[in-house]
Every structure is written in structure tokens, then in C-alpha cells.
Design a protein around this ligand. Sequence first.
Ligand SMILES: [Zn+2]
Length: 293
Amino acid sequence: MYRLGIDLGGTKIECAVLEPNGRVLVRERVPTEAEKGVSHILGNIKKIIDKVTTCVPSPFSIGIGTPGSISMKTGLLRNSNTQCLNGQPLKELLEDELKQDVQVENDANCFALAEATYGAGRDYGVVLGVILGTGCGAGIVVDRKIHTGINKIAGEFGHHTVSFQNGRPCWCGSKGCVETYVSGSGIEAQYLRKTGNQDNAKNILSSSCEEAYNLKQEFYEVLGVSLGNVCNILDPEIIVMGGGLSNYDPLYAEVRKQMQKYTFSDTFNTAFVKNRLGDSSGVIGAAILPACL
Ligand SMILES: [Zn+2]
């Protein structure tokens, strides 16, 4: 069966069709145009699917990756940065629009699934995929199946607390979440607070000024402690990094040292690597969702 995946981002919608052997047949992207509202986004998804499936034999499956997750309590999307979609029954709306079943999953879970199936984690059984971008998320894949957990929060790496008393406030309402220290937005916000200057996280991590240096050391340490915490609980065979900050190469050696320090073991055989599928991972993970949930 051909498999169609959609990566529903805040600024672009990406679509790919995989052949039965996993090869990408076609890939397209269109702007999300989230400011025009929910119906417009659904229409854009329908249009891109119609465009890429002209030569695809039916039936084909559809999987969709999105920031946020579908609440188990209400069935409505929550915590998406495409804010007009929050509070919407996204799965039902998509199924009405597309006239077929769709699987909807968190985008970090899709990233982890793609890397565990076709990317850096393909030879490993327990894979943690971490996205360090504007925000911070993760997904857990065991034997090529997403582990979502009983509350559907497995892999919510960005919102576990590393400093509960004096931690930085997080948009989620908690304090000291990992995301406020290691994500692009967290680093940029703290740099602005400390220096009064605005800059992007990549520049800040590469800068030699004292405040930037201190933030970089904190980035290494918090990421190392938090991944060490995950190792103590999940003990993944491999941690695959994605998102814009995963391209900052010095992090691999520096964070590995910290992680090892905070892991409760006298061995540390966990592989810690950059992703292999680049920005295709989201859409590939979405495409293979229906077979892997
Ligand atoms: Zn938080």
C-alpha cells in the first residue's frame, strides 16, 4: 500500500507519498497560512493531497504529524503552536475533509518513528528521538512502535522539571521545564533578559561573550542532566537529535560528558547522534504512522 504523510507545521504543510518499499515517491510543501483559520488550513491539506496523489493508486493510508497532542479527555487538539487548531477536533475535521481515516500524532513522535525505522536508529530497539528547535520535544519508539503511554505523554521531554524551586517560568504554567533552558526560544529569552540584546540561539551558542558562554555551559549541563534522567528511567539504546539546534556539532561531545556524569551506571553505551533524515523525518514518520501505532 502507498502511504501518505503530512507534516502540519506552523508555517508550512509538507506532504510526501511513500511507495510500498518505503521510497519517497513525491514530496511537496505549501504554506500553512494559519492566520486564515482552521477551514483554510484544512483546505490547504486537501489541495496538497489531491496534487500529490494524481498518480497514486487507491487506497492509500494517511498519517498526520502536528505539534501538540489530542487530549484523551476531550478528543481536541491541545498545545499546538498553530493556535487556531487548539481546541479543535482535528482528527474528525480531517476525516470529514478527506473522506477517509487518518492517524494524527505528535510531530516529535513522528520524528522518532522515522529515525527509528529508516534513519540513525534503524539498528536499535529502544530509540529516544529529541527535537531541539524553537521548542523542545521527544518521542520514544520501541521495536519500531511509538510508545505513547497511558496518558499519552510519553516523551514529553521538554516539560519535565529540572529546577522546581527557582526555575524559569514556562509557558505551560510550570517552572524550570527543560525547554526553558535548552530550546532556541529559551536560550534567546534568557540572553535577552541578561544582556538586553536580541539574537538567535545559533549565534548565541557560537558567540564568545561572557553571557553567551555562560548560557552555552548551562545548555550543555541542563541537556546532559535531563538526558541522564531519561537514561536512568528508559535506558534507550540510542538518542537521536533533531531540530535546528541539533546542527550545533559541539553539543554531542559536551552533552555526552554531562549525560554520562548523571547516569547511574559505571558503563555508558548509549549512542548519542544527529538525525540522518534531516527535515524529511517529520513527514516520513507521519506516513508510516498508520502501520506503527
Ligand atoms: Zn513547561
